[in-house]
Design a protein around this ligand. Structure first.
Ligand SMILES: [Zn+2]
Length: 340
């Protein structure tokens, strides 16, 4: 009887307790592995944005924070993670983000050699140099559960293009970029005057219309339009009854408005864009019932790489270097260490 009791006890032990011990230890192993994975990933992610640019030669830049006026010395590759995450939606294709990283790196090196600020290489304002956002701020704006994954994607875009810049005649190009070209990019002379660059031409890109940045509208009453124009042109006088008193006079090579007649003034499309805060100077006008409607195509000045265009090309299977070569002509992609 006693023996039977002992056998039952052994049976219970072998059926329940031993597997429980093993399974607990197996879970623990899995937990340890997972923890290691997370640690490895975080370690990788942290290192990715801090690695030296080329053969131990670390490039650091002086970054001016526009709001505080403080200047900070930062590693170039680390800085680029903050720039790419500020300049392009993380939801864009990896190859588009990589193209953005190459463009942002080129833009930064160009600015280092052509300084705009007295005590800094570049500032963190998108209106002046290029956008920058701290990792903490960026994380606050990303949805929960996606933050680490997003940062790893950004880091990958910077890391996989490490040191790469766009050159013309062995010098970094002035790598302008913008949000959406509206289908065609613009020549720099039509936006800022001065010279054209052999690498910046009118480039057509398909698929730009798939993005929300492609079309926008602004509707103003005749009085609102006059009020806005009066700030710059005090003597402006428009006869709204006369269809020819508001009229586009000339288009640029890319189809944007070069000059528009506004009553007694001929105004450039770029200037009107600034006055009315239009998304671009690629627009049509519609006059109706005491109102004027601007139907605008594209977003930004239109010069250089279009970001939504880059994403569209990536979706069509183009890689980062192919995207770069689509938007910038006669260029070479080199390592920054070959230039500096
Ligand atoms: Zn600046």
């Amino acid at each position: 009887m006693k023996k039977i009791f002992i056998y039952i006890l052994i049976l219970i032990t072998s059926c329940f307790i031993i597997p429980a011990i093993f399974s607990k230890s197996a879970n623990k192993t899995a937990e340890t592995l997972n923890t290691n994975n997370v640690e490895n990933t975080i370690e990788k992610e942290d290192n990715t944005c801090k690695e030296k640019t080329e053969k131990g030669e670390e490039i650091s830049i002086k970054l001016l924070h526009e709001k505080t006026g403080e200047t900070e010395e930062v590693n170039l590759e680390e800085y680029l993670c903050n720039v790419v995450s500020a300049e392009m939606p993380v939801s864009f294709e990896l190859e588009a983000l990589k193209a953005q990283a190459i463009v942002a790196r080129t833009y930064t090196i160009f600015k280092m050699e052509n300084k705009k600020h007295e005590n800094a290489d570049i500032c963190d304002s998108s209106k002046c140099c290029q956008a920058w956002v701290s990792k903490e701020e960026r994380f606050k704006r990303w949805e929960d559960g996606k933050k680490e994954e997003n940062w790893i994607k950004i880091s990958k875009a910077v890391d996989e293009t490490k040191g790469k810049i766009i050159t013309y005649n062995n010098k970094p190009i002035n790598a302008f970029f913008h949000s959406n070209s509206g289908g065609k990019t613009e020549l720099p002379v039509n936006v800022w005057g001065g010279n054209n660059y052999p690498y910046l031409q009118v480039i057509e890109t398909s698929g730009e219309n798939e993005y929300k940045q492609f079309l926008s509208e602004l509707e103003l009453s005749n009085e609102e339009l006059l009020d806005k124009l009066k700030v710059k042109y005090g003597d402006i006088n428009i006869n709204f009854e006369d269809d020819n008193d508001i009229k586009i006079l000339e288009f640029t090579e890319s189809g944007r408005v070069r000059t528009i007649k506004m009553g007694n003034h001929n105004i450039s499309g770029v200037e009107l864009r600034n006055i009315l805060n239009l998304k671009s100077n690629n627009f049509e006008i519609e006059k109706k019932d005491g109102k004027i409607k601007f139907k605008v195509k594209g977003y930004g000045h239109g010069v250089g790489m279009s970001q939504t265009g880059a994403d569209s090309l990536a979706k069509q299977g183009k890689n980062a270097e192919e995207i770069i070569k689509h938007f910038y002509k006669n260029i070479e992609i080199k390592n920054v260490s070959q230039i500096l």
